[in-house]
Ligand binder design. Structure first.
Ligand code: FAD
Length: 336
């Protein structure tokens, strides 16, 4: 594997022998799609129906984030709901039906310096593309507790909009002190009986407006200077163990009874590999020209969570995948 530094280097600057390509490892395509979540597959459906003969690389997580969840109840067209893996299998089949070429591989370096965009997969194969659609998603941050993994999909969630509905009338906790945490707590307070907001510091980082909303809500209790250290329960989350004022003389252990544990400590957009060429915001979300999927590099488009700090839903990701394919089609038709 390349070092992190190498990953960001233009290909012609990579001196490492393993990256010296022969022509068999180079393939030319019109439209390359990177990522196999709702954004990538939707882009593939539209691009293949527009006869762009797209090649899509899935990345490590074939099907994207939704393959890590059970019930998806809010995607239109599934009146009875659907499991995340099944939904993504349906997306894939639909893209394949129109001829999308779907392959396994991870983009490890890019060269967007010329008119032909070069993307290397698995440090081995170079795809030269006229248009590239980046749909690599964003990864939610977790605290790193072993019990978070154990209860994944059984009471632990990083998305209140996605999973809050399953906790109507129940008690839940939200971890975080920024705007996202305040927003998630306020959203859940409209559905749940009680919301604990677990805040590591003695103040919120959230904006004044969001703080006021939290303080005014009748059923959000802020647990200042608390840190979650464990989750417990028989067949799902039934409670959390917290440490109050950790590392001080007043340190104490507290337990709360909850049915749901929501992380709201941020996301990491999967954009590192493109950062040398593409403008991002401070967090790493790829910047697009408002109302389009166009990035600062002509012929490179971004769709889904990797360019969306606000909504991060399957339906918005799919919608922006459609936009990216249409933008790519317009771009390619003008290239001719
Ligand atoms: C547990 C959970 C439950 C959720 N539930 C819901 C829900 O009920 N309803 C809802 O609307 N939303 C839900 N979401 C949010 C939803 O999953 C995301 O908004 C959506 O998947 C974003 O789609 P995307 O296509 O942008 O990216 P993702 O789904 O994140 O897919 C990104 C893709 O990019 C690939 N990739 C990443 N890096 C590379 C690389 N270097 N090279 C090649 N490929 C790469 C990955 O392998 C993956 O295939 C949930 C999220 C989680 C985590």
């Amino acid at each position: 594997m390349n070092s992190d530094m190498d990953i960001c280097k233009p290909l012609d600057l990579q001196k490492d022998g393993q990256n010296m390509m022969n022509s068999e490892n180079i393939e030319k395509v019109r439209c390359l799609i990177i990522g196999s979540g709702p954004a990538g597959y939707t882009a593939a459906i539209y691009a293949s129906r527009a006869n762009l003969r797209p090649v899509l690389y899935t990345g490590l997580e074939t099907g994207g984030q939704l393959t890590t969840t059970t019930d998806v109840d809010n995607y239109p067209g599934y009146p009875e709901g659907v499991t995340g893996p099944q939904m993504m299998e349906d997306f894939k089949k639909q893209a394949e039906r129109f001829g999308a070429d779907i392959r396994f591989g991870i983009a490890t370096s890019v060269d967007f310096s010329g008119k032909i965009h070069k993307v290397t997969f698995d440090d081995m194969k170079i795809i030269e593309a006229d248009a590239v659609i980046i749909a690599t998603g964003a990864t939610a941050k977790y605290l790193g507790l072993e019990s978070e993994t154990r209860y994944a999909g059984m009471g632990v969630s990083a998305c209140a909009t996605c999973d809050g509905f399953f906790y109507r009338g129940k008690d839940v906790a939200v971890v975080g002190g920024g705007d996202t945490a305040a927003e998630e707590a306020i959203y859940l307070s409209g559905l749940c009986r009680k919301v604990y907001l677990i805040v590591r510091r003695h103040e919120l980082r959230a904006s004044k407006v969001m703080q006021d909303k939290v303080f005014k809500s009748g059923n959000i209790e802020i647990l200042w200077e608390h840190q979650a250290i464990n989750l417990f329960g028989e067949n799902g989350v039934e409670g959390a163990t917290l440490v109050k004022k950790k590392g001080t003389a007043d340190e104490e252990t507290v337990t709360i009874k909850i049915d749901g544990f929501f992380l709201a400590i941020g996301h990491t957009p999967n954009s590192v590999v493109f950062k040398q060429y593409l403008e991002t915001d401070q967090v790493g979300y790829i910047k697009t020209i408002p109302g389009t999927s166009k990035t600062n590099v002509e012929g490179v488009f971004a769709a889904g969570d990797v360019q969306d700090p606000n909504y991060r839903q399957a339906v918005t990701a799919a919608g922006s995948g459609c936009m990216a394919a249409i933008d790519a089609e317009h771009y390619l038709s003008e290239l001719k």
